[in-house]
Design a protein around this ligand. Structure first.
Ligand code: ZN
Length: 102
């Protein structure tokens, strides 16, 4: 694993363009800090969705690459969603008691 973290600009460009960047992909797979950074970037302007649509319609040889590319981001995304889900459930219990409609 490379000890050098890719720059924010490089991560953002990678997400945005989907260009192959083997060094970055390998690094992000193993570096939670950079995976987290990717997630933040994806949350900013949702290039993640365009990357996901590329996965759903993979071209030959691209599928494995994209799966690797997205794996780290998905791990963080699922964690975030589970946290948001818990918050939503808590809010629902607090603000929408079961007998409120009677
Ligand atoms: Zn890193």
């Amino acid at each position: 694993m490379s000890l050098r973290h890719p720059s924010h600009k490089r991560l953002a460009g990678w997400l945005d363009t989907g260009d192959v960047d083997e060094g970055l992909e390998t690094h992000v797979e193993q570096c939670t800090r950079c995976a987290d950074e990717l997630e933040r970037i994806a949350g900013d302007d949702a290039p993640f969705d365009s990357a996901l649509s590329m996965v759903l319609e993979p071209t030959p040889g691209l599928e494995d690459r994209m799966a690797v590319r997205l794996a780290a981001a998905m791990r963080n995304r699922e964690l975030l969603m589970s946290m948001f889900g818990s918050a939503a459930q808590t809010a629902k219990i607090l603000f929408d008691p079961p007998d409120a409609t009677t």
